[in-house]
Design a protein around this ligand. Structure first.
Ligand code: PXG
Ligand code: PLP
Length: 453
């Protein structure tokens, strides 16, 4: 019996009267700070969470950028319930089940033309490590096994696997593990500049030239050593960094020139966030591999995937042994039946309700609402693209992140759940959002910003 419990009295816990907060070591959370003043949710429907103290909290960030169809969708509940009763689990190594194939077909249908070979994982982090391994396997299969170098970007977030933090560019995520990051990685500069792009609406006009840094990196290492470049087409996690006009096109050109694979990490941008199925479609730039997760099944059951071009897939599979495994990679839960059932139900909702188009049609409303906060205290930038927005606050002297954290807590107390990173508040409401929800979100955020010193 552990007597180091940290009981807190809360109604409506499954235990009845009290909840012990000590055992659960929370991810990416200030555990001590949180447990001293917890923020707990117990229910969700549509645009709203209900907190354990029975307050309605509007979801301004789709959970964690993932519940794109809104909460509590009946069709998904039914599909998962039916599936668990019918077949709870089936292995995916040397065995298959029909709905895995069906889910892959649904996902392939909304990917850019030609990226229709789908490898399932259980998270964005796993998708990233999978895509990096596929890139290495591709070059090896075509007799260029010396192409091992991977290029990421500063301020990139690619999950928390060793591959993902190595190509990622978020310093606190790398620092404690720096001696053990995978070797042979270089980084492009990030594209964010307040000086040149503060208060831009949509894609900033400045910064396409930053893609040319790839030429410098290629010259330094020699193209024959480079396997892949991985970037988020729009960086979400590091604070909503919107690609300059022409930047992604230029990266594609340089990759093509040197035979380098281009990977778009669409874990956040996939499934309608920018108003198209993918950011690739939105920007008109087609990578060789796309990583996805989150909204693939409305985050109802953990699932991720990598979409590979036929060129990449066929090179690996056709060069493999006739009767042997072509790619030594996969997860126990790849294409888990519950995740696959949820994926199919989710994709049907997106299609039936035209949710990607809906995101595009709501984007101007979000743009207008968020930019109306220009001039509020400490606001040094506001940016937006599709159904994504960010407000950057002036950091408090010697206390980076404190001002945004306090604003985030205030918002939650006032009934809006936002996300913050550093001194940046991020917004990404479910694609079912209506005008009145956007008004509710930003009028509350305005009050919260005014109330924080
Ligand atoms: N790539 C990208 C581009 C992501 O945004 C991952 C990979 C990793 O996915 P998993 O499923 O392993 O977490 C992500 C995840 C935030 C926030 O608010 C963003 C993510 C996760 C948690 C919080 O910035 N993105
Ligand atoms: N560790 C051990 C001991 C295992 O047996 C396995 C899978 O069989 C794993 C890790 C990997 O687990 P997963 O396939 O869920 O990623």
């Amino acid at each position: 019996m552990n007597d180091m419990t940290d009981d807190i009295n809360l109604q409506n816990t499954s235990a009845g009267t009290s909840l012990d907060l000590s055992n659960y070591w929370m991810p990416f959370t200030a555990n001590k700070q949180f447990k001293a003043a917890p923020r707990l949710l117990k229910r969700a429907k549509g645009m709203y969470y209900t907190s354990v103290d029975d307050r309605q909290v509007i979801d301004a960030v789709s959970g964690l950028w993932c519940v794109n169809a809104g909460h509590g969708r009946e069709e998904i509940t039914q599909a998962v319930t039916k599936q668990i009763a019918e077949m709870d689990y089936a292995p995916s190594f040397q065995m298959g089940h029909p709905i895995a194939f069906e889910a892959a077909t649904h996902v392939a249908k909304v990917m850019p033309k030609g990226l229709d070979r789908i490898f399932f994982t259980n998270s964005g982090s796993e998708s990233v490590d999978t895509a990096l391994k596929i890139a290495l396997a591709y070059h090896r299969a075509r007799g260029e096994g010396q192409r091992t170098r991977l290029i990421g970007r500063e301020r990139g977030y690619h999950g928390v696997g060793f591959g993902g933090i190595s190509v990622g560019g978020i310093s606190p995520n790398r620092k404690a593990f720096s001696a053990n990051l995978i070797p042979g990685v270089d980084h492009l500069p990030h594209t964010h500049s307040l000086e040149h792009m503060a208060f831009s609406r949509g894609q900033p006009a400045w910064g396409a030239h930053l893609a040319d840094e790839l030429e410098r990196i290629v010259a330094l290492h020699d193209p024959s050593t480079i396997a892949a470049v991985i970037v988020e087409p729009m960086a979400g996690s590091a604070g909503v960094l919107i690609p300059p006009q022409g930047y992604l096109q230029r990266l594609r050109e340089i990759c093509d020139k040197y035979g380098i694979l281009l990977i778009f990490d669409e874990v956040i941008t996939g499934f309608g966030r920018l108003g198209k199925a993918t950011a690739s479609e939105y920007f008109g730039v087609t990578p060789d591999l796309i990583t996805m997760a989150k909204a693939i099944n409305n985050a109802s059951v953990p699932m991720g995937a990598v979409a590979a071009s036929r060129k990449v897939h066929d090179t690996i599979v056709d060069n493999g042994p006739g009767n042997g495994i072509e790619l030594f990679h996969g997860y126990t839960y790849s294409a888990h039946p519950l995740a696959a059932a949820a994926c199919i139900a989710t994709q049907k909702i997106y299609q039936k309700e035209n949710l990607f188009e809906r995101a595009a049609s709501m984007a101007p409303k979000l743009e207008q609402a968020i930019h109306s906060l220009k001039g509020e205290p400490h606001v040094i930038d506001i940016r937006n693209l599709g159904l994504v927005g960010a407000i950057e606050l002036q950091p408090r002297e010697g206390q980076p992140g404190a001002r945004a954290y306090e604003t985030f807590v205030k918002c939650f107390e006032m009934g809006v759940m936002v996300r913050y990173t550093g001194d940046i508040l991020a917004f990404a409401p479910p694609l079912i959002v209506e005008d009145k929800h956007i008004d509710e979100i930003f009028s509350t955020v305005r009050k919260a910003i005014r109330s924080v010193a």
